[in-house]
Design a protein around this ligand. Structure first.
Ligand code: PEP
Ligand code: MN
Length: 343
């Protein structure tokens, strides 16, 4: 059982709840978030009277959920959610395009990539300033300098920024620049990081761990939600299989499965899935067709010079086709391409 307390709940309200719960022999785990406080109950909750808990001051919701993930489960929240990032919706009814360079390299490269993203219909800009690299000798990103470049490009183009944070200690810094925090596949079970982004007051894009089951992915999302942040977008980015022709194997079925199990929006990363430029458009079409709420795509003005992931970046000549897919495919599913809307 989970009790959700509103912002208005006082310390005394919380203490009363905990006292009632403990008197029934049930353990209460309190997690204070920015917008809500979550009290997770472990033990024989059958002893507790749900209606009287609901009636206690400060209580916003009480949930009995059978799945191991609760706050993100659809059982708890049957309506699918929309997450707004700088006013841009990600959720049912729209298909949102997030595009930009894999890594922020220079101001010029980032601005050119942002213009490419806009030409394709993107309403959010991606770009990594902190890069989680398999090799310690590879380019690790520009760090705060990269965040400043992203902020300048946002100023210039109006595109809100999605950028990765790789270390719990950097969450505050990255959140001070970013409109959405990305947690990458390599950190998908870094629980300290998940808790830190849950407390950062920014929407979070959570990539699926490359070897994570859908349940493990949703449990990772639950770590973020448990800190009071339900503005989470799940991103399927391919999983490890025996196949070596592609960088990862896009688990397309994960999209409707995750949407059925969770109310959170689910997007697809066709760039990191295939790892090949020639697969990005076919996988984008597949993602939209299967019902994804958006796609996140790498673009680069000069991929042959890219410091990270050049082979999967779309180039200028691909943008017309991507724009056409973004325009023509969503209406076939009764959706529109997301525009920058005021919240
Ligand atoms: C990225 O999007 O830049 C990235 C590193 O992706 P992933 O975590 O999916 O590998
Ligand atoms: Mn990359």
């Amino acid at each position: 059982m989970v009790i959700v307390m509103g912002q208005e709940a006082t310390g005394d309200d919380l203490a009363s709840i905990v006292a009632v719960v403990q008197a029934a022999g049930v353990e209460a785990f309190v997690s204070r978030g920015v917008r809500r406080t979550i009290v997770g109950l472990v033990g024989d909750v059958a002893q507790l009277d749900e209606a009287s808990l609901r009636g206690m001051p400060g209580v916003r919701d009480v949930m009995r959920v059978s799945t191991p993930y609760k706050l993100v489960s659809r059982e708890n929240h049957p309506e699918r959610s929309t997450v707004h990032v700088g006013g841009v919706p990600i959720g049912p009814g729209t298909v949102t395009l997030i595009a930009g360079p894999c890594a922020v390299e220079t101001p010029q490269q980032t601005l050119e990539a942002a213009r490419m993203a806009m030409a394709a219909g993107a309403t959010l800009l991606r770009g990594g300033a902190f890069k989680p690299r398999t090799s310690p000798y590879a380019f690790q990103g520009l760090g705060e300098q990269g965040l400043r470049i992203l902020a300048d490009v946002r100023e210039e183009t109006g595109l809100p920024i999605v950028t990765e944070v790789v270390d719990a200690q950097d969450v505050e810094l990255v959140a001070s620049y970013a409109d959405m925090l990305q947690v990458g596949t390599r950190n998908a079970q870094n629980f300290a990081l998940l808790q830190a982004v849950g407390a950062a007051g920014r929407p979070v894009m959570l990539k699926r761990g490359m070897s994570a089951t859908i349940e493990e992915w949703l449990m990772a999302a639950e770590y973020v939600a448990q800190r009071g942040n339900l503005d989470i977008v799940l991103c399927e980015r391919g999983v490890r299989t025996f196949e070596s022709a592609t960088r990862n194997t896009l688990d397309i079925s994960a999209v409707p499965v995750a949407q059925r199990l969770s109310h959170l929006p689910v997007i697809v990363d066709p760039s990191h899935s295939g790892g090949r430029r020639d697969l990005v458009l076919p996988l984008t079409r597949a993602a939209i067709a299967v019902g994804a709420d958006g796609v996140i795509i790498d673009v680069h003005p000069h991929p042959e010079q890219a410091l990270v992931d050049g082979p999967q970046a779309l180039v200028n000549t691909d943008l017309g086709e991507l724009a056409q897919v973004m325009r023509d495919f969503p209406p076939l599913l009764g959706k529109t391409a997301a525009a920058a809307l005021a919240v």
